[in-house]
Design a protein around this ligand. Structure first.
Ligand SMILES: CC(C)(COP(=O)(O)OP(=O)(O)OC[C@H]1O[C@@H](n2cnc3c(N)ncnc32)[C@H](O)[C@@H]1OP(=O)(O)O)[C@@H](O)C(=O)NCCC(=O)NCCS
Length: 218
């Protein structure tokens, strides 16, 4: 090989190395400047963080049961719900609410209530009821009374309760399930509910949403 050819060969190798260095620096910068920030702002990252918070050693042994099987939960649920929604029905009392919940102690027919429990501690509840909006009696049945105790929120319990009622509705051959909400449209949308209508109810702006439950496979 002539010294001229040798020089050209070395030049090509250096050129190739310089190009590969430039490409790898560009990739590194793309990952650092673009992909990493996007990942940390994403819902997936939130999911991964939550998954790691719910690693087996931290996981709470939460169960969702029929209120019919855990009637001891009834007084706490009535107190919570009355505190949250009592003002919406003039003249309503905790006793009235307790009596209503008593009537929801079914397992295979509407109305029914499910309750989230950790051991004997009551975490929250949700109900499947025939009517929930006095102005819309033609729509039935409804997901109602979705409630998680304040200290237990943002741990996925509310979503689990809603999903359980969606499954119960499927088991009962409900073609279309309704709910209304003042503040939680996004929460339900993320669980597959769609907007039916924006309206007013008891002097509040509400949205009515629907969900078509899947029938259980035979
Ligand atoms: C609404 C409520 C039931 C949610 O229960 P929760 O156990 O805190 O909800 P989860 O932890 O299952 O939340 C699931 C997801 O919804 C989000 N979310 C929870 N409440 C939300 C809300 N009000 N609006 C928008 N998103 C909400 C959570 O951030 C979470 O999102 P992620 O999966 O991306 O992290 C609870 O805040 C509550 O009891 N509020 C008072 C009563 C009430 O308003 N009930 C609803 C009446 S329609």
């Amino acid at each position: 090989m002539s010294s001229q050819e040798k020089g050209r060969g070395i030049g090509e190798i250096w050129g190739a190395q310089a190009a590969s260095l430039l490409i790898s620096a560009a990739c590194r910068d793309a990952v650092r400047l673009f992909l990493i920030p996007r990942f940390f702002c994403s819902r997936q990252a939130a999911g991964y963080c939550r998954l790691s918070l719910r690693s087996p050693e931290n996981q709470s042994p939460m169960n969702i049961e029929y209120l019919a099987d855990y009637p001891d939960a009834l007084p706490s649920l009535a107190e919570w719900q009355h505190r949250e929604w009592g003002h919406l029905r003039a003249g309503d009392t905790v006793e009235n609410r307790r009596a209503r919940l008593q009537g929801y102690c079914n397992r295979d027919r509407i109305p029914l209530t499910v309750v989230a429990l950790e051991g004997s501690e009551v975490l929250g509840s949700a109900s499947l009821v025939l009517h929930d909006m006095e102005t819309r009696m033609e729509l039935t049945p409804w997901l109602a009374g979705v409630f998680v105790g304040e200290q237990h929120r943002r741990k996925g319990i509310g979503a689990e309760l809603v999903r359980r009622i969606m499954v119960e509705a499927g088991k009962l051959d409900v073609p279309l399930l309704y709910l209304y909400t003042v503040h939680s449209e996004k929460f339900y949308a993320a669980l597959g509910w769609t907007l039916l209508e924006r309206t007013s109810y008891r002097e509040q702006k509400v949205v009515i949403m629907t969900y078509a439950p899947a029938r259980p496979k035979p």
